[in-house]
Design a protein around this ligand. Sequence first.
Ligand SMILES: [Zn+2]
Length: 274
Amino acid sequence: MIGGVIFMLGMIIGSFLNVCILRIPAGESIVHPRSRCPKCNQAIAAYDNIPVLSWALLGGKCRGCKTPISPLYPAVELLNGLLFLACYFAFGLTTEMAKWAVLCALLVVLMVTDMRERILPDKVNLTGAVIGLVFSLLTPVADGSAMALAARWFAFPPPAAVLSFADALLGAAAGYGFLWIVSEGYFRLRGREGMGLGDVKLMGMVGTFMGLKATLLTILAGALLGSVIGTSFMLMRRKDSQYELPFGTFLGAAALLVVFFGRPVLKWYFAGLR
Ligand SMILES: [Zn+2]
């Protein structure tokens, strides 16, 4: 029952994410005006704006002019609904669930804008980073790195909220810093840009939610996904090496994997070190 409500909520928010995906890269307002058919300019009625269902009932076409509507719209709605549901199953009805659901929604937007236009809007990355920092005060990042550092410097451990905020900052610094070094290094070696600053900022944003360790795991998983899927895609399409991969999409997918499956991996890794 609660799961059903959260799934519906995820799909309704997914419908808002579609608006963000279309309008933010174009520099348009996400509140104004109402959604319109891009072809016949007819405003989309509320009863034609029900996530997934309306698209299916209308046969994937505009009610007015019958122009096909991209299946990307219902796909985004469905994906976001499923991600919200997964957050509920993984974290229960908690603040932590809300935090990961928000990160999922941010990542859905960024993955799609990067895939479609190779754009990772600053607005989404920066807003996301602020939200991540705020969430670190509401629910512990629990990375452990801030605690380990504090134990060296202070006789008494700082309050939990301070540690959590510090973990969020460490995560941001790790994500931003690591990718900045890679991107700068590539540029100096090859003389052209291999990775945009958008990817660097994306990982800074993810870092505020995840903390240090999970952020580094995300970069590792994103690099693996990018090389395996990216290479096979390029071989299939016979694109040359100049073809620009949507690295942000792979990083986003990796972050989603880490949200749901990262904990056991990190536990196993750090248990092995001891
Ligand atoms: Zn139309």
